[in-house]
Write a protein that binds this ligand. Structure first.
Ligand code: SF4
Length: 385
């Protein structure tokens, strides 16, 4: 099928790809890059690989060939998000906090709620998205462990999403004291950059992401599909609440592609009532039910794109409907296969997550986390630079 890779142009017509190229050439900048979960199941399509090919090793190798100084991974930050968001959910459920709690990792959904239902923003988790958590960690803990200054770090994120460009521009996303994420490239723009540098993607030998900010579990990688954030959060919340191993790591009750699905999940003595929404048009009736007191759910995942981030607006573009459907299915399947084959599949079992709490963050929802990893919402106000 035909796929298109091209750089996107910002309002001022300066191309983000050119910004990254400049930074890579600038010896005074230390470039740190992160890649979202959904990028690794779609990037290969731009180089003639099968739709939905899983290629994290080639992606890491390509980023090293482009001469990024540190090749990290948003999946690590997805694990971190679960530590914070899972604990936030437990706190809200056990202390009578605002419920249902909505996930907050999709910036298009967050902006929609801020603009259209500002009275409901207390329902949003205060957790930043994995992209923004990673950015804040790169310029604090990342600077510390690499013995460099935060001002010298140029933080690049590779996303399946055009809205992530808006998110990194939000004025509150400067918890490190600097802009936490300097620039966002889409999957298509990364493909363009790789081609522009004459890197032969097909023949690249697989490479690894760098430790500690590039190590991830299966829970981190399923953030790319609808229901994935919910499943990852439940894997951790179950074990934190009960102190026991979750009976099945796979949670088929939350998987699927319907625009709105619900389930009841037994967590020890608790029965969590959960909902999953994919495709923003499906959220409006749910928000109206919430306003009129008719909604009885504890936790709701909301993603704007048709089947979550694997179908994001920055992914390789498929011109024919039949291929689009196939790509969405294959990318979703590849994401679950990747999860299944990873040695660790629960965020709280990621040894590098344990380490960052021991060395730096101290505890989920603690003071450092509150400052770096959580946010506030701009209720009804225009977000400007
Ligand atoms: Fe971006 Fe779509 Fe993912 Fe939301 S669901 S974060 S808009 S790619």
């Amino acid at each position: 099928p035909d796929v298109i890779s091209e750089p996107l142009f910002a309002a001022n017509h300066v191309c983000d790809v050119d910004r990254v190229k400049e930074a890579l050439k600038d010896p005074s900048k230390i470039t740190m890059v992160q890649c979202a979960p959904a990028v690794r199941v779609a990037l290969g399509e731009d180089f003639g690989m099968e739709l939905g090919s899983l290629a994290p090793g080639k992606m890491a190798a390509a980023l090293k060939a482009l001469k990024f100084d540190k090749v990290y991974d948003t999946n690590f930050a997805a694990d971190l998000t679960i530590m914070e968001e899972g604990n936030e959910l437990i706190k809200r459920v056990t202390t009578g906090g605002t419920l249902p709690m909505f996930t907050s990792c999709c910036p298009a959904w967050v902006k929609f709620l801020e603009d259209n239902y500002p009275e409901l923003t207390d329902h949003l988790s205060t957790c930043k998205s994995p992209q923004q958590m990673a950015g804040a960690v790169f310029k604090t803990y990342g600077a510390e462990i690499n013995n460099i200054e935060a001002k010298d770090i140029y933080s690049v994120s590779i996303m399946p999403c055009t809205c992530k460009k808006f998110e990194c521009d939000r004025p509150e996303m400067k918890s490190s004291g600097y802009r936490d994420v300097d620039v966002v490239l889409t999957t298509r723009e990364l493909a363009y950059l790789i081609k522009d540098a004459n890197i032969d993607f097909d023949t690249l030998e697989d490479s690894e992401f760098e430790s500690p900010l590039g190590i991830y579990t299966g829970a981190g990688t399923i953030f790319g599909v609808t229901g994935g954030v919910m499943e990852a959060a439940l894997r951790t919340s179950y074990e934190v609440i009960t102190g026991e191993k979750i009976p099945s790591i796979d949670l088929p009750a939350v998987r699927g592609s319907e625009g709105f699905r619900t389930a009841q999940i037994k967590v020890g003595d608790l029965t969590l009532k959960i909902g999953i929404v994919t495709g923003l048009k499906n959220i409006v009736p749910i928000l109206e039910d919430l306003k009129s007191g008719k909604l009885n759910l504890d936790f709701i995942e909301v993603m704007t794109c048709p089947v979550g981030c694997v179908s994001g607006g920055g992914q390789p573009k498929l011109l024919l409907e039949e291929y689009r459907e196939l790509a969405y299915n294959n990318r979703t399947e590849a994401t679950y296969i990747h999860d299944k084959n990873l040695p660790l599949r629960k965020s709280h079992e990621n040894p590098e997550i344990t380490k960052i709490y021991e060395e730096f963050l101290k505890e989920p929802l603690g003071n450092v986390s509150h400052h770096l990893l959580h946010t506030k919402y701009c209720i009804g106000k225009e977000v400007t630079n």
